[in-house]
Design a protein around this ligand. Structure first.
Ligand SMILES: [Zn+2]
Length: 747
């Protein structure tokens, strides 16, 4: 382990070492201070339980905005045919019996579900003058359910195109962009007056005619990637996929969002506008900015896709929402229908898969929203989805108090660099770049955090202020390539106040405008200096030679080297390195598969330590390489390093077998520890078809002084468990099916 002297020496290789003093106790909240050393646990060195922070003051739910009390959200997504076949009373009865608090009802904008007089708001073929929307609103209201007026401003028909060619998105050749499935529908441009004139006209018409609670747009804004339009207006904007374009897009989203919100409030001051969001760490609009104005974050993240096949796709989205909403209302929609590489929008998916997605929604602090499309033959030709949703909703209704979160108690922050996720093209020459780079990086670290059972939050790159970072023992920077000078300064301040960091690869090598720096933005802090450009892999990837023992190498025996990563940035030598690079060499033919250069002084990791702060930097893209290879050495290295930089201080210790995602929340009644059981052959592919229960899981946590535990209740198992409360709270969850919530009530 590096001592203070070694740290100072290391600092000299790249310039003056920054003075780091032990100010943790002075600046950090009590949550960062380690409690007593816990019992040694097999497979894991002795961990120290950090004490939870003092509990938040009580809130009066009755005084909160109405949407904060919504716990179940429902949608039968209406088709053009539904006015001919859907039984409105049956529809309302189903959702009411499932204890839904609010239902989405389609106004639309593509097809009117009421006798709209707005020009180009085409009436559906089966509407026949009927006020289908009004009947649905009345049926919902009669049963005490609130109503979201759902619009779709993203598409319109040929008659609108002919009258208003300026409303529509264009290809490079000037032709209008059509819907992927229906060539008679054309994509509208969000920069055009369609959004300023047509959409408000519908909103005002609906407000005048009906009692709706809020307005929502499906299909806008675009999420996960930025629009690519070549209409007359967009041609004057910065080029698509550039930082400047993102800012223009963002400004327009905000302008429209606020305009629509004001229209929603014209009739009822407690009404609001919200839009389709999601796109997890990529988002679309700047999520920091949006989080400040959104009353409801609706994540359109309905199920696993081929491009994103890991089971935790919903809870990852929940961590994004938690990072930007500060406890405000967030939902994630679960498709009851078949999502994936081939879609059947009117056939149910497996109950195990749909249920897990809803469990992840609750576990990650969002509110479940269940969704099926179309109502052929009553409530659908395929009605298998109904029981899954109703059963889950009814279960949540029995436990609303415990499932509603106040704040995460995690003590590790993972920076999610939204601009890097959206705009950074990946390393190396343009031809070798792939947009998957950041997705793979995020997934690799996420997997490692789950396997290590770390309690962690996401932290948006624009929210690195000391008030927010103070709760974290460590901050992880997985190839956060784009960092502004200000963000670099905030990270330095965080370390100087006693925090630890782990960073990798191109972190801080670009500024917020994607302009490459000559040196890493955090070079001084990390004690690193760039010695060249990215080196990729041809044949054998590089290795990391073990130079000396260190806690980050715990568990590696009988080997002189471990795998490096696919790509790395060469660094100048440092004093007393722990791992050095053995450059890649020939893979085939095997005759040549040996290292011509078997020893260098190029660091494969740089570690620094000062007082309570520890810093680790990997010059390789190791999180990503772990994700694409699954190599256990990289997993071990990541886990060990996170433990080392956090001094193995954890906030909740959950021990037991299985791949589990854990969330730990402070709640109004006490605390809630959520365990999602991903131990399943379908964790990384396809749908869960059955459940593989886990045996005992022991839980330990150190409550704030004076907090007494009244009970620990398992919300799925439906019974209480005994607990001990000596220096710490400890109890055992005997068995976990797919999901368990240990609800701790305190006095
Ligand atoms: Zn355009």
């Amino acid at each position: 382990m590096l001592n203070r002297r070694a740290f100072l020496k290391t600092g000299l290789t790249t310039g003056a070492a920054i003075p780091l003093t032990s100010t943790l106790n002075a600046l950090a909240p009590a949550s960062l201070l380690a409690g007593e050393v816990g019992a040694a646990i097999p497979g894991r060195s002795a961990v120290k339980l950090a004490t939870l922070p003092a509990r938040l003051p009580a809130i009066d739910l009755a005084t909160e905005p109405w949407q904060q009390r919504i716990r179940r959200v429902a949608q039968s997504n209406m088709t053009e045919h539904d006015p001919a076949v859907m039984n409105v009373e049956e529809w309302a009865d189903y959702w009411h019996s499932a204890q839904a608090d609010i239902v989405f009802v389609s106004v639309t904008g593509i097809l009117a579900f009421y006798p709209s007089k707005v020009k180009f708001h085409r009436h559906g073929k089966f509407l026949n003058g009927r006020d289908f929307f009004g009947e649905c609103v009345a049926a919902a209201k009669k049963r005490g359910m609130r109503v979201v007026a759902r619009m779709s401003p993203d598409l319109n028909w040929g008659d609108a195109l002919e009258a208003h060619p300026e409303w529509f998105m264009r290809n490079r050749d000037g032709s209008p962009q059509t819907d992927a499935d229906e060539p008679l529908l054309f994509k509208t441009c969000m920069f055009s007056s369609y959004m300023d004139d047509y959409v408000p006209a519908i909103m005002r018409e609906v407000s005048a005619l009906y009692d709706v609670d809020c307005f929502y747009t499906n299909g806008w804004p675009q999420i996960g990637a930025l629009p690519d339009c070549h209409c007359a207006i967009c041609s004057k904007l910065p080029a698509p996929s550039t930082v400047a374009y993102w800012h223009a897009y963002d400004d327009r989203v905000f302008e429209l969002w606020q305009k629509y919100d004001a229209i929603a409030k014209e009739k009822k001051p407690d009404s609001f506008f919200f839009a389709n969001l999601g796109g997890n760490v990529r988002g679309g609009p700047n999520l920091n900015r949006l989080g400040k104005i959104a009353a409801w974050f609706q994540a359109d993240n309905q199920g696993r896709t081929n491009g994103d096949p890991a089971i935790w796709g919903c809870s990852l989205q929940g961590r994004v929402c938690n990072a930007i909403m500060d406890g405000k209302f967030a939902t994630n929609v679960t498709a009851a229908y078949s999502t994936g590489g081939v879609v059947w929008r009117n056939a149910s998916k497996s109950p195990e898969e749909a249920r897990m997605w809803m469990c992840e929604t609750s576990a990650s602090g969002m509110v479940p929203y269940y969704h099926f499309v179309g109502s052929e033959a009553g409530l659908g030709e395929d009605r298998r989805w109904q029981k899954t949703g109703a059963d889950y909703f009814r279960w949540t209704a029995r436990h609303d108090a415990h499932l509603r979160t106040r704040r995460s108690i995690a003590n590790i922050g993972v920076v999610f660099g939204q601009s890097t996720q959206l705009l950074y093209p990946g390393p190396g020459p343009a031809a070798a770049r792939t947009r998957d780079t950041m997705h793979e990086t995020t997934q690799g670290l996420y997997d490692a955090l789950l396997q290590g059972r770390f309690a962690f939050d996401f932290v948006h790159e624009d929210r690195l202020d000391p008030e927010r970072l103070g709760k974290y023992r460590a901050l992880l920077l997985p190839n956060i390539a784009m960092l502004s000078d200000r963000q670099c300064r905030q990270i330095r301040d965080y370390v100087q106040s006693g925090g630890s960091i782990m960073a990798s690869f191109e972190t801080g090598l670009y500024d917020e405008n994607l302009k490459q720096r000559s040196e890493f933005g955090l070079a001084d802090l990390l004690g690193i200096s760039k010695a060249g450009n990215v080196i990729g892999t041809v044949g054998n990837a590089y290795y990391a030679r073990i130079e000396r023992q260190h806690p980050i190498l715990d568990g590696f025996a009988n080997t002189n080297w471990i795998p490096g990563a696919q790509n790395r940035i060469p660094l100048k030598p440092v004093q007393s390195p722990v791992l050095t690079v053995v450059p890649g060499f020939v893979r085939y033919p095997p005759e040549l598969a040996y290292p011509p250069v078997s020893h260098t002084d190029e660091p494969a990791v740089v570690l620094r330590e000062s007082g309570p702060s520890r810093m680790a930097y990997f010059p390789g893209d190791i999180e990503r390489t772990y994700w694409i290879t699954g190599h256990g050495d990289l997993l071990r290295l990541l886990g060990n390093t996170i433990r080392w930089i956090t001094h193995d201080e954890i906030i909740v210790d959950v021990q037991g077998e299985g791949l589990v995602e854990m969330f730990a929340w402070e709640t109004a009644p006490g605390y809630a520890i959520h365990l999602l059981n991903y131990t399943n052959p379908n964790a990384h592919h396809g749908w869960m078809q059955s459940t593989y229960p886990l045996g005992p899981q022991t839980v330990r946590m150190k409550l704030p002084a004076g907090v007494k535990v009244k009970s620990v209740e398992l919300l799925q198992a439906g019974h209480s468990v005994p607990f001990g409360l000596e220096s710490e709270l400890h109890f055992t969850i005997p068995r976990v099916e797919d999901y368990e919530v240990a609800a701790i009530s305190v006095a």
